[in-house]
Design a protein around this ligand. Structure first.
Ligand SMILES: Nc1ncnc2c1ncn2[C@@H]1O[C@H](COP(=O)(O)OP(=O)(O)OP(=O)(O)O)[C@@H](O)[C@H]1O
Ligand SMILES: [Mg+2]
Length: 732
């Protein structure tokens, strides 16, 4: 296996490169397809792949992770995330990057009083647990601790690996820190008579993520930018025990948390006063569609074929032929909206729903637990006894033969007997019994009334819940269950060969549908048709992106008036990408391997469409390596080959992907790439340079070479003028 990072040839079976420590792709033993290290099933033949444990992992953690009943008391989710997210510790190939992140500062108030009169080592023994719980909270939500200060930390969410919901993660982490700190502070008050409290400040904005390679093949990341200073300022303004956020973060999280508006504050380096909010607590978890529904859903357009497919599957399920339908598609195409519309038909069925959360893939059984809680009508305020009674009542009321499932359901729902009757059971067997218990319960329920089970966002499912779905799916053939799963393309499962399985591929809305969609969203006022064309060319029929672009235009007061009846208040110079779109696309880009991501960033500066010959000249990489990475980017649907003849030309599948990749490249590196592109065009196309005058002007202007840019622009204008003159002359 050749290392994608340093091109060293490694012997078969290695998980890490012998020369640079880079995590190697995994070749399937059956079909040799190269899979990403974290893939669970082979992309070539669907074979289940072995789990690769990274070499630098604490064996205690790995052992505990194989225990399906593991909970946060024996191994923290933070530890588990670190185990399963080795990418963060892997060396950076792409160098510095511009990123939109959420920065968090936390520090301890009262530490000086605490350490007064204490031996330094004793003081450390008291402060270290506080720092540790701050870091654990960050890791739990897959943030990155950029710096551990004397009595506090500085962390970022959304970098080095982008997460589309980084503001939510940061605020959940802040709340968890405060909760844990409260507990710890009570302990310290009893033992040392000192009270400890923590202040937390959060802000969202763009930073330059500097990557500093260390000698041990690891990389440190340092966020640089004003957004981090503002977060630090929030922390300094917070009263002990509180969490302050700016309006930049508030705009992105407000539907998921309870907030108090504190007022506007003047912050050094920020022109206008900035609104500051205190986070009071977490609200109910809402999917993005729920949040969109609060804003008011757009008129539902198209998707009649897909709705019909769901109806057909339901008819089969009702007739005793259980069905699984997997709706697959890129973010924002309308997978959740399709289910939402389907649910509106009266079905005479029971419906149970659950959604995976992006930071939940390391929490065992989370998805199944979230499915069962409403089924058992469990409320957050219920004590253990009440919850237990609800489970017993429901299960035995359904069927007394299900009594033997109770210990497994209790264990699953975190109600542990002491001593537990499952304590000495082999972990693997225990896991299998849990899968069986849930399956038997749901199948029995479906005998009373057909059951529609909805699983949203399965790409984030935890492996244990995935196994429950596998067991359920294996048993569906003669039942009244319709299992509906939606997921983004990276989700893998092994149900494809089952006769009762249907896959629905979501594609962007067609041209006519997109126009109807935009007409309903914006209206028909004068001057809007050009804007609609502009939005259409940028968002290419993805409803979510269209909604976000329009929302940003309304916020920027380019559009005024009511939804569906907007007016153009100012000329549109550019369509700005909202942080939400940015986050979704950056998240996809960051799941690429470092070499794929680096290439994508380089190509984004060359242009949306580019001949292969040009890419070869600009990108310093052996030809076969370049072709291999281009194929991978095609396979992952970032690029496609527009034409192979007469010269191979590639195209970014989405204009927005090109833009987000380009925005992540630091300005100095962009300049170099533009200069290299311009020079390469001059060399390759010297015989037909007039076709490239405008493109050359663009690249030279972006590279900072204004004189050359002007020169080409003038040549382009002159050519255009002569051409129009030619056309206006009467033919001889
Ligand atoms: N056919 C449609 N007609 C009108 N609006 C739509 C349509 N499809 C999607 N939308 C709107 O676009 C937005 C995104 O849709 P949705 O949340 O269903 O996307 P998704 O594919 O589930 O994305 P994700 O992968 O991020 O969960 C929602 O506000 C939804 O109401
Ligand atoms: Mg969705």
């Amino acid at each position: 296996m050749t290392c994608p990072q340093c091109y060293t040839r490694n012997t078969t079976g290695r998980h890490y490169c012998a020369s640079c420590g880079y995590r190697l792709p995994y070749a399937c033993v059956r079909c040799s397809f190269l899979n990403d290290p974290h893939d669970r099933f082979c992309g070539g033949c669907g074979t289940s792949l072995p789990i690769h444990s990274p070499s630098n992992v604490d064996t205690k953690v790995v052992t505990a992770l194989t225990d399906p009943l593991v909970n946060t008391s024996s191994v923290t989710v933070g530890e588990r995330s670190r185990v399963e997210q080795p990418t963060i510790a892997s060396p950076s190939l792409t160098g510095d990057e511009r990123k939109t992140v959420t920065a968090l500062f936390a520090d301890l108030k009262g530490s000086t009083a605490l350490i007064e009169g204490l031996d330094p080592e004793e003081a450390r023994a008291l402060i270290d647990p506080a720092l540790q719980l701050m870091m654990d909270a960050v890791h739990r939500y897959e943030g990155y601790v950029a710096q551990a200060l004397g009595d506090g930390i500085f962390a970022v969410f959304g970098a080095p690996i982008a997460h589309e919901d980084h503001p939510q993660r940061a605020v959940y982490a802040a709340l968890r820190m405060q909760e844990e700190m409260h507990r710890y502070s009570n302990e310290v008050r009893l033992t040392h008579g000192v009270s400890l409290a923590m202040r937390v400040g959060v802000n969202t904005g763009e930073v330059l993520m500097r990557s500093i390679a260390k000698g041990d093949f690891r990389t440190d990341y340092v966020p640089v930018g004003h957004a981090t200073n503002v977060a630090a300022r929030m922390e300094q303004m917070a009263t002990p025990g509180s969490i302050l956020i700016t309006e930049h973060t508030k705009k992105l999280i407000e539907h998921n948390f309870e907030l108090n508006m504190l007022g506007a504050a003047h912050i050094k380096g920020v022109d206008a006063p900035l609104n500051v909010y205190e986070v009071v607590g977490a609200g109910p978890r809402h999917t993005r569609l729920h949040v969109a529904a609060r804003r008011g859903l757009s008129r539902f357009i198209g998707r009649q074929v897909e709705l019909q497919q769901l109806q057909t599957a339901l008819a089969h399920a009702k007739a005793g032929q259980g069905q699984t339908v997997h709706v697959r598609g890129e973010p924002g195409l309308g997978k959740s909206r399709l289910f939402y519309e389907f649910k509106r038909f009266p079905h005479g069925c029971a419906v149970l729903e659950t959604a995976a959360v992006s930071y939940g893939s390391t929490s065992p059984y989370l998805l199944v637990v979230e499915l069962l809680k409403p089924y058992f009508q469990m409320q957050p305020q219920d004590d253990d006894r009440t919850r237990r009674e609800r489970v017993i009542g429901k299960v035995l009321g359904l069927d007394r033969h299900l009594e033997d499932t109770l210990p497994y359901l209790f264990a699953l729902l975190g109600m542990h007997d002491t001593p537990s009757p499952l304590e000495h059971l082999d972990p693997q067997l225990r896991h299998q019994h849990i899968c069986d218990a849930v399956t038997r319960l749901l199948l029995r329920e479906s005998r009373n009334q057909p059951l529609i089970l909805i699983v949203e966002d399965a790409q984030w499912i935890d492996p244990e819940s995935h196994a429950v779905l596998d067991t359920l799916c294996d048993s569906l053939a003669s039942t009244n269950v319709l299992l509906l799963v939606n997921a983004r393309p990276e989700y893998r499962h092994a149900w494809g060969h089952k006769p009762y399985y249907t896959q629905i591929e979501m594609t962007p809305l067609g041209l006519a549908e997109t126009e109807t969609f935009l007409t309903h969203l914006i209206g028909t006022a004068e001057g809007l048709s050009l804007l609609k064309q502009h939005i259409l060319s940028k968002t290419e029929g993805t409803p979510f992106f269209m909604e976000e672009v329009v929302h940003t235009l309304v916020e920027e007061r380019v559009l005024t008036g009511e939804r569906g009846h907007y007016h153009l208040a100012q000329a549109v110079t550019d369509l700005h990408i909202s942080p939400t779109i940015q986050g979704v696309i950056a998240g996809r880009i960051d799941r690429l391997t470092p070499e794929e991501k680096l290439l994508l960033q380089q190509l984004s500066a060359i242009g949306r469409s580019f001949p292969l010959a040009l890419a070869r000249r600009v990108i310093a990489q052996p030809e076969d390596e370049l072709s291999r990475i281009l194929s991978a980017l095609q396979r992952k649907e970032f690029l496609y080959e527009e034409s192979a003849l007469p010269t191979a030309t590639y195209l970014f599948k989405h204009a927005l992907t090109q833009e987000v990749a380009y925005n992540s490249v630091p300005i100095e590196r962009r300049k170099t790439l533009h200069l290299q592109t311009a020079q390469a065009i001059e060399q390759i196309f010297h015989n037909q340079l007039e076709d490239y005058y405008r493109v050359l002007a663009h690249h030279y202007s972006k590279s900072g070479q204004t004189e050359k840019a002007m020169n080409y622009l003038l040549r382009d204008l002159r050519t255009a003028w002569f051409t129009s003159l030619d056309r206006s002359l009467p033919a001889e």
